[in-house]
Design a protein around this ligand. Structure first.
Ligand code: G1P
Length: 288
């Protein structure tokens, strides 16, 4: 069955970015000149997703407004004759068929996914955590959907992490499959282990392709690490019924959920832009 729907989780507090996130969703922080959330939506669309479901929370209204029609602004640009910007604004509001549902309590990623259960229905679906911006030629999610199509089982994106970072990620126990060096079967997975307990150094990053059975398992998964319902724990339980694969991402992942990663991502993306990249390069050279 085709993966048609993507659940984008935008319900987190953004504590790593306080105090900025006291009154602004972290997903609205800019990456050069567009908010982080737009990259997640574009990745979904460029991967063949037809329907975006955002799990939001209190204080995230700016995200809904961003993807809405902005009639006044469009009218203003039309009057001014700024056709280029007008086109951009119209494309943005037409970009995706987005619906929103709220997570009313912060009970973890697993719980946030469960909130989307009725809208997703009984079909495979993608999950995107928009903090993780993946800069690659072919969208990471598209590659994962291809792995799903080949194996007919769930897929998590992974990346090699350092010893000191196993405590920040779900870590998988991998078994190489087939000829592709990037695809593994997941034998087990554990949420944020100490390096000594980690089954490998392959950490899960914010992209999943899940089967609808995950909902049944999440319903009975007790709170785990951080007293939150963890999707990693649910996937581990689901391994008794079905296989799970991992796709080692290509390109560069930026963790934009904290200031340093966000700054690095901005520099990397801005340097690639023909309009501002050359000036920024000169500026950085002078600074160092
Ligand atoms: C969540 C998941 C974790 C995964 C990470 C990727 O953790 O629980 O398994 O490795 O996302 O970003 P969080 O970063 O929400 O604490």
């Amino acid at each position: 069955m085709k993966v048609r729907k993507a659940v984008i989780i935008v319900a987190g507090w953004g504590t790593r970015f306080l105090p900025m996130t006291r009154s602004q969703p972290k997903e609205m922080l800019p990456l050069v000149d567009r908010p982080l959330i737009q990259y997640a939506v574009e990745e979904a669309i460029n991967s063949g997703i037809e329907r975006v479901i955002m799990v939001t929370a209190l204080g995230k209204r700016a995200i809904e407004d961003y993807f809405d029609h902005a009639y006044d602004l469009e009218h203003f640009l039309e009057q001014k004759g700024d056709t280029e910007r007008l086109k951009q604004m119209r494309e943005l509001s037409k970009m995706a068929d987005v619906c929103y549902i709220r997570q009313k309590e912060h009970l973890g990623l697993g719980h946030a996914i469960l909130i989307a259960r009725d809208i997703v229905g009984r079909e495979p679906f993608a999950v995107i955590l928009p903090d993780d911006i993946i800069d690659s030629e072919v969208p990471c999610l598209k590659r994962m959907i291809d792995v799903y199509a080949e194996h007919g089982a769930g897929v998590v994106a992974v990346e090699r992490v350092g010893d000191e970072d196993t405590k920040k990620y779900g870590i998988i126990e991998p078994r190489q499959v087939g000829v592709s060096e990037r695809v593994y079967e997941v034998l087990s997975l554990v949420e944020k282990p100490e390096p000594s307990q980690a089954p490998s150094r392959l950490g899960i990053v914010g992209r999943y392709v899940l089967t609808p059975e995950i909902f049944d398992v999440l319903l009975v998964t007790p709170p785990g690490k951080g007293n939150e319902i963890q999707v990693t724990d649910a996937l581990q339980r689901l391994l008794k019924q079905q296989k799970l694969y991992a796709y080692e991402l290509e390109g560069v992942r930026h963790d934009t959920g904290a200031p340093l990663g966000w700054l690095k991502a901005n520099i990397a993306y801005a340097l690639k832009r023909s309009d501002i990249g050359p000036d920024l390069r000169e500026y950085l050279k002078k600074m160092l």
